[in-house]
Design a protein. Structure first.
Length: 226
């Protein structure tokens, strides 16, 4: 300890930081109370524990409670938009997406047991505003993206060759049916691989003044097209 007492400015900064932490904690608590009462989504799941461990496939870890809001803020969302969550897990993000006026919402999950939990969670949502919702048990590296999808959301779901295969499937859809298609990459730990893809163009980064691909709160947004 230096023995030096913080000055007024230091005290104000400390007070503001403390207040922000308290507000953030209350906000997370409210979201947890609203969504978790419909079904548990917080506990991580190792794919090896359920017999699905594969190279480049990441274990289930839920998006943050505010990740979807942060990801979609500033994007122009209309009634014709179709939203897909790649690696939807237990359905935390899908359950929030159905509360928005998308034409339809799709969750894609490799593990059948997690997909079933997501279906149960979504079925219990009372404030649904989307036109329709579907949870699929499918491998995103081989799954053909529907040609009406306009927003693809992914929370650090894949890496390496598996990630590149998924990006190829998205790019193929954009080539088949040219349209405004955005890839919303949350917790973008493998952003370099997306930047290297010839059909993905970075248009925005969000999440703080000091952007870092290793911060799970960060979001990278790409346009997809030829």
């Amino acid at each position: 300890m230096s023995g030096v007492e913080p000055g007024p400015d230091g005290l104000r900064v400390t007070a503001v930081a403390t207040a922000r932490r308290l507000v953030g904690g209350v906000r997370r608590g409210v979201l947890r109370a609203v969504l978790e009462r419909s079904g548990e989504t917080s506990a991580a799941v190792r794919l090896t524990d359920i017999g699905l461990g594969r190279e480049g496939y990441h274990d289930y870890e839920p998006s943050g409670w505010r990740s979807l809001k942060r990801a979609l803020d500033g994007l122009e969302i209309g009634p014709d938009d179709v939203f897909v969550d790649i690696g939807c897990g237990k359905g935390r993000v899908v359950a929030q997406a159905v509360r928005r006026p998308f034409r339809r919402v799709i969750g894609v999950e490799l593990a059948p047991e997690l997909a079933e939990q997501a279906r149960a969670l979504v079925a219990r949502q009372r404030r649904r505003r989307c036109g329709s919702v579907e949870i699929l048990s499918a491998d995103a590296t081989a799954w053909s993206l529907p040609d009406d999808v306009t927003i693809v959301y992914a929370y650090n779901a894949l890496s390496g060759d598996s990630l590149r295969a998924m990006l190829d499937r998205i790019a193929e859809s954009a080539a088949r049916a040219p349209r405004r298609l955005r890839y919303v990459y949350v917790n973008p730990r493998c952003e370099a691989d997306v930047l290297a893809h010839p059909h993905f163009r970075l248009i925005a980064r969000r999440g703080g003044r000091r952007w870092s691909a290793t911060d799970p709160r960060r979001v990278s947004i790409f346009d997809v097209g030829a």
